[in-house]
Design a protein around this ligand. Structure first.
Ligand SMILES: C[S@@+](CC[C@H](N)C(=O)[O-])C[C@H]1O[C@@H](n2cnc3c(N)ncnc32)[C@H](O)[C@@H]1O
Length: 209
């Protein structure tokens, strides 16, 4: 995180959420029992990243033992991506490099070079309820872009949506290696039982892929 330049942000009230995410992500990865892939040059896809609030957390968690970490964030919303670009500029001399692209995540992944792969695919607050086909496509393409020992991590706002997303990933052949209900997640809506990073799950690439 210290290697990223953190500019002012449109919404600054995220520090506590980021602290929580850092803790639950680190703990869930530890519980998965799998080492982080690609320590020399780790490449991370942050799909549907919005403003990419979590970039500093990802840099800390996935960058600390890596020689170099590339973070590639993509989202449909151009203003949010512009904000992410402005906020998370990487120092060219540092070991952490950021790149953000706006557009449809399916197309962005389809248009990458055939040999472009990621060690980690991260989808924070995946939106499975808001279009099963779209999110199944996002999961499928992310899994195909993973290296053999790569991992896919999702977080979810809702219980049912989390179960549905995990079931979809398993149907695609992904192997679930950790699942954690964050008891300290910040409640956004009591009525809808929605809270920040309420669930987190880690998957490995299917062995047959
Ligand atoms: C619930 S928000 C999560 C945003 C961010 N990851 C976070 O946790 O704050 C879901 C995100 O999916 C993005 N999204 C929806 N459809 C998309 C698509 N076809 N391609 C890329 N991103 C998409 C939205 O723009 C939105 O930023």
């Amino acid at each position: 995180m210290s290697e990223l330049q953190k500019a002012d942000f449109s919404y600054i009230g995220t520090d506590a959420d980021m602290g929580q995410l850092h803790r639950v992500l680190s703990e869930t990865l530890r519980q998965s029992g799998h080492p982080l892939p690609g320590p020399e040059h780790r490449r991370l896809l942050n799909l549907a990243c919005g403003r990419a609030d979590e970039t500093g957390v990802l840099a800390d968690v996935f960058g600390k033992d890596a020689g170099r970490l590339d973070i590639f964030g993509a989202d449909l919303r151009a203003p949010e991506i512009e904000e992410a670009r402005t906020r998370w500029k990487s120092d060219p001399d540092s070991g952490i490099h950021t790149q953000f692209e706006s557009g449809d995540g399916l197309q962005i992944l389809d248009n990458l070079d055939d040999d472009q792969q990621f060690d980690v695919a991260f989808l924070r607050h995946q939106n499975f309820w808001n279009g099963n086909d779209l999110w199944q496509g996002m999961f499928d393409r992310s899994l195909h872009r993973l290296t053999g020992d790569g991992m896919l991590v999702i977080t979810s706002y809702f219980d049912l949506e989390h179960r549905q997303a995990c079931a979809a990933l398993k149907r695609l052949g992904a192997i679930q290696v950790a699942n954690f209900r964050n008891p300290k997640s910040r409640l956004i809506s009591a009525k809808h039982q929605k809270s920040v990073d309420r669930h987190i799950a880690v998957f490995r690439k299917p062995t047959t892929d």
